[in-house]
Write a protein that binds this ligand. Structure first.
Ligand code: KG4
Ligand code: ZN
Length: 347
């Protein structure tokens, strides 16, 4: 089976080819430098950049996988794309590219859920989709736009248990980094700073929201902002005031610990309440070393992460979702699916 896939939900433009379960190409163009000066993704700029770069990632993926250029009938068994959730304009670019490619290749078009992609990314090992997930499991999906807990009963069979009521975990990292004067994307910047922290730092609250599997990270971001206002003055951000580096590192560590502890405790609690022994963690934030270590210390669960190369957005994971769906005969023509239709599952 040979699948061509596109990913354009946010700020990575990507095309990949998966053939015989092996990743033959996975071209990713990151728009991070474009959005850095705004400390976050600017949707209109993202759509335009996707439009500009998609022909290049496509031709790179076709050449890299030794597929025919231009696209010929019969060269692929399916063309897949991320149908959401994501930025509407950005999604549209991937969708139109995928529709055109499927038309040229004369094959089915499959729209997949982006967060399912982050989950199945855990199956890649050294470029092969060989480390199959074992179901049922509890999935924690943590990215820049989403923080969700799913009860995953099989491929395409997911029930959303909880999601964030405000900021996603990655978004909180990005916003806190901005408050501290650290570069976008905030996750890697905060993690790097936290690793330098020595001595005791401030304590931030753990937003555990007892009795629900939902999350809320905006209060934690506000707590960091209050702490900085207390140290530097109310209008610290406007005046461009920054903490000394040693203090900043301690704030990063304290914030990261609060996010990590909240994610791990809520995930474990949800898994226990369903009697699940397996956990899989995906999405950009799952690259975080402190999060990986904390899950590693969790007793009584088998915890899976994707390789770091597949944590952030990529089309390889999109291709794999399409492949698993074709293998289990769960394919419906997704052309009728609205691109912003974000609910997971296809059974
Ligand atoms: O999954 P992803 O690449 O894109 C979305 O679907 O949103 O996730 C991007 C998010 C950003 O918010 C980024 O700051 C965060 O993942 N992130 C991290 C780390 N690397 C990326 N957060 C914490 N620690 C990291 N090492
Ligand atoms: Zn993502």
């Amino acid at each position: 089976m040979k699948i061509l896939a596109f990913e354009t939900t946010c700020d990575e433009t990507s095309a990949a080819v998966l053939g015989g379960g092996r990743l033959l190409a996975n071209e990713v163009f990151s728009q991070v430098p474009l959005h850095r000066k705004y400390s976050g993704v600017v949707p209109e700029l993202a759509s335009r950049a996707h439009l500009e770069k998609i022909p290049f990632v496509l031709s790179g993926a076709l050449r890299g996988s030794r597929s025919s250029v231009p696209l010929k009938r019969g060269s692929f068994d399916a063309v897949a794309f991320s149908r959401g959730p994501g930025l509407p304009g950005a999604l549209m670019v991937g969708r139109v590219a995928a529709e055109a490619a499927a038309e040229l290749a004369g094959c089915p078009l499959i729209g997949v859920n982006h967060l399912e992609g982050h989950l199945l990314a855990c199956e890649f090992k050294g470029g092969r989709a060989c480390a199959r997930l074992r179901f049922p499991l509890l999935a924690l999906l943590v990215s820049g736009g989403h923080t969700e807990l799913w009860h995953a009963r099989g491929y395409g069979d997911y029930r959303v248990l909880g999601r964030t009521r405000d900021d996603a975990a990655g978004e909180a990292f990005d916003k806190v980094a901005k408050l501290l004067g650290l570069p976008y994307p905030g996750g890697p910047s905060v993690e790097k700073e936290a690793a330098r922290a020595r001595g005791k730092g401030p304590e931030f609250p753990r937003p555990l929201l007892q009795g629900t599997a939902d999350f809320s990270f905006s209060g934690l971001k506000t707590a960091v902002s209050y702490y900085l206002a207390g140290r530097l003055g109310e209008d610290f951000y406007k005046r461009g005031l920054r903490l000394p580096p040693a203090d900043r590192a301690r704030v990063c560590k304290a914030f990261q610990s609060a996010v990590v502890e909240t994610l791990v405790r809520k995930t474990a609690e949800a898994a226990r309440s369903l009697g699940l022994k397996r956990i899989a963690v995906g999405g950009g934030v799952s690259a975080n070393g402190a999060l990986r270590e904390a899950f590693g210390r969790l007793e009584g669960f088998e915890v899976r992460f994707s390789e770091k190369a597949y944590c952030s957005d990529n089309a390889a994971m999109v291709a794999l979702c399409a492949q698993r769906r074709l293998e289990s005969g769960g394919f419906r023509n997704s052309l009728r699916v609205a691109p912003d239709l974000a609910e997971p599952g296809w059974r």
